[in-house]
Write a protein that binds this ligand. Structure first.
Ligand SMILES: C[S@@+](CC[C@H](N)C(=O)[O-])C[C@H]1O[C@@H](n2cnc3c(N)ncnc32)[C@H](O)[C@@H]1O
Length: 292
């Protein structure tokens, strides 16, 4: 099961308490959600969101014993404003987003997120949406594919990789995650090292398929408006572009010193102990802002 990252740090900042109303915008396996409900005993409430129907299914089961204290929706955190409004919820004591994908998603071959297993070129968090990674690869131009790989994957050899991918699509030899990893390796003329050469390409395609940066932009516009006084917004990100967006959005809010205070002038990182136990936490950065 997915191991929550920076959990203690998130709880320290969110400081859930009885009577409080909280939102977890990225439920995943429900690790944060459960810890928040425990800390907000006996009557704190948590609203959960995830765009992955499987996550909603798993977490609903995991947390059903909290009864009415836990409610969730198969929806994006970037739609929270209208969703919460439609059920009459106004202001929140705290919001947390743990961006990206869970290890449960990554490790499920059917989902197509990993080059470590053979699976379809899917990569959608929300399988009710239309465009999978395969569709995206077919629909975008070579120039756009190059931009995606270069920007979202921070891959210096994006041009060559985009060329090879488009050629393989034409030949019909790019159908699975295994094919994708193989084509990238051949394009780069490299063998597998400590980090697989296709890591950045998989990351880039996943970000594009799920419009992760577009959603974060919407979330950063909407979520601050949902906070009560002394309410806190905690965001854990794993990608430098996401962290930069969070940093800039918080900075912009904090220009109004009367209303906002950044609680993490530098982002919090996982300890060596946590990184040893859970290598996934290596790239995590937590930023927190408070509505005064
Ligand atoms: C890193 S996991 C969260 C793990 C969780 N904190 C836990 O302890 O189990 C990220 C989750 O966010 C979901 N997600 C990604 N983008 C989303 C969005 N825009 N709205 C809601 N959920 C999203 C993914 O489907 C995934 O389940």
């Amino acid at each position: 099961m997915h191991q929550p990252v920076l959990l203690k740090e998130v709880l320290d900042y969110l400081a859930p308490h009885s009577g409080g109303v909280y939102m977890d915008g990225c439920l995943g396996a429900g690790g944060y959600a459960e810890a928040i409900l425990e800390a907000a005993n006996p009557d704190g409430i948590l609203f959960g969101f995830d765009i992955d129907q499987e996550s909603i299914h798993i977490v609903t089961k995991r947390l059903e014993h909290y009864g009415e204290r836990f409610r969730c929706r198969h929806a994006g955190y970037h739609e929270a404003l209208s969703t919460l409004d439609s059920i009459g919820i106004g202001q929140l004591d705290g919001i947390v987003l743990d961006l990206g994908l869970s290890s449960d998603q990554l490790e499920n071959p059917d989902r197509g997120f990993s080059f470590r297993s053979v699976g379809p070129l899917d990569m959608r968090f929300d399988r009710s949406t239309e465009e999978s990674a395969e569709d995206l690869l077919k629909n975008v131009s070579e120039a756009e594919l190059r931009r995606i790989i270069s920007e979202y994957g921070e891959e210096p050899r994006a041009r060559k990789i985009a060329q090879w991918l488009k050629q393989s699509l034409k030949k019909g030899t790019l159908r699975s995650t295994e094919d994708l990893a193989e084509v990238v390796m051949r394009a780069l003329g490299r063998k597998k090292g400590r980090i697989h050469p296709a890591t950045r390409v998989f990351q880039a395609l996943r970000i594009a398929v799920n419009d992760e940066l577009g959603n974060l932009k919407k979330g950063l516009e909407q979520l601050p408006t949902l906070l009560k006084q002394q309410g806190r917004l905690c965001i854990v990100s794993y990608h430098s572009l996401e962290d930069r967006m969070v940093k800039l959005a918080f900075k912009e809010l904090a220009r109004d010193k009367v209303k906002w205070r950044i609680l993490t002038p530098r982002p919090l990182r996982a300890s060596f102990e946590e990184i040893n136990l859970n290598p996934r936490s290596r790239s995590a950065k937590l930023r927190v802002i408070e509505f005064l």
